[in-house]
Design a protein around this ligand. Sequence first.
Ligand SMILES: [Zn+2]
Length: 265
Amino acid sequence: MKNREKCRGNRIKAMLVLALAGCLLLGGCGNSDVGTAKAAAARETTGPDGVRLSDDSSDFVLLSEAVPDAILEIRYYSTYNFVGDRIDGYEEPLALLTEEAAEALREVSDELVEKGYRLKIYDAYRPQEAVTHFVEWSRDLDDTRMKEYFYPDLDKDVLFDEGYIARHSGHSRGSTVDLTLFDMETEKEVDMGGTFDYFGEESHPDYSGITEEQYENRMILREAMVNHGFKPLATEWWHFTLKNEPYPDTYFTFPVNSDSAHDNK
Ligand SMILES: [Zn+2]
């Protein structure tokens, strides 16, 4: 039985290869997958440090559509972030994710809504341009406007060396999200014992200086995310990446705006 299925699978594969070859010989098949694949290849480049960059947003969706219960508070579109300015590449206060990550997040949301929580999203896909903005900001040691809110105990000159700022971010691969919980009964954010993007030990999910309740709250978020295929980060309670992310080696460059979402093309 298994062999017959395999055989059938191989026949289908062979037919697909033939169809594909036919398309290429005839000069393309309009809007077929072949055309899309060729376009994707053309939109890929290699960065100066050897990283694969792509501006192909065809697999990305808007979180407001994929996870309608989520609340968006896109901090890098606002000026309330560690830089103090709107970050390059954030053209609209939107969140984009790969279809796979958005689907998994929808499952997380459905599970938590039943427990009385909504997801509150701080950031999702982050263009490479935004990450480059962070790096440039980290080199300007005189600009410490937001120090008291985000890095009061650190000197700005250690942020890059200690890994708080890096040349590339997993967020640019499109399957990473920063989020917290919103309690539907109190209509407030859940107390996590720390704020998003705080640079310090307090942000480690297992930080010992928080109350038991704050720790439990962090674990409610973490368990729901892990249940649906996300992996946590040991240094930031709000940050999760889809374990089977579809683009583990590609850093995307298109801006955060509604035109970049797949349904709007
Ligand atoms: Zn993050």
